[in-house]
Design a protein. Structure first.
Length: 211
């Protein structure tokens, strides 16, 4: 994995929020799916970690956003965790996966990932978390990859075009969307690998200079 992605471990992230402003609007759900290469070189989902999150003190709750994702932030059965606890657990699992797979850092995979990454970074800053495992601005975008591979940029349509199942009733849950995004990313990656005439060779500046 470290050789294939230049030292980065792809980790799929999805967040559900109470608006579009990462500085003012509440983070309500976060899910992470770690990936691994199996013994045949196929990219697979490894572990999923998902948490409901309590709105941080003073957070804004946009009614339109809550109507869209169907989340009641204060429902007693949400079993939500404080933002720092939820983020800490997710980061801990990611750091473990990074170390286990011999990588140096995680890189966020998401569907239009700038949104997810800005919320993750803002929450980490808000909670005073110093060891954010993600690259601060780089990411892998399944909307772009979906357009390339299947001509689809909407997650549901790209997933279905890839021949994968999509359940609209479960959509807009961070865990479900993250796992479907991970399945899409793995499918596109494996399809690319299958179509290559020669095996992937890690880029080596030294080898290029010698040639």
């Amino acid at each position: 994995m470290a050789l294939r992605f230049r030292g980065y471990l792809p980790v799929v992230i999805d967040v559900e929020t109470a608006g579009f402003n990462c500085k003012t609007d509440a983070l309500l759900e976060i899910a992470a799916v770690t990936l691994q290469l199996d013994e045949t070189g196929r990219l697979r989902q490894h572990e999923s970690h998902a948490y409901h999150v309590e709105p941080f003190p003073g957070a804004k709750l946009n009614p339109e956003a809550l109507a869209f994702n169907g989340i009641d932030p204060y429902h007693p059965f949400r079993l939500a965790r404080p933002e720092a606890d939820a983020l800490g657990l997710v980061f801990q699992a990611i750091r473990h996966a990074v170390k286990e797979q011999g990588c140096t850092r995680a890189i966020l995979v998401g569907h239009n990932p700038t949104f997810d990454l800005t919320f993750v970074n803002a929450a980490a800053e808000r909670c005073g978390i110093k060891r954010n495992p993600f690259h601060p601005f780089s990411s892998f975008d399944t909307a772009t990859l979906g357009a390339l591979a299947y001509g689809q940029t909407v997650l549901a349509r790209a997933v279905q075009a890839a021949g994968l199942e999509w359940d609209s009733a479960q959509a807009h849950s961070a865990r479900y969307d993250a796992e479907r995004t991970a399945a899409l990313f793995c499918t596109i990656f494996n399809r690319w690998e299958d179509q290559q005439a020669t095996p992937f060779t890690p880029y080596s500046p030294a080898a290029v200079a010698e040639s």
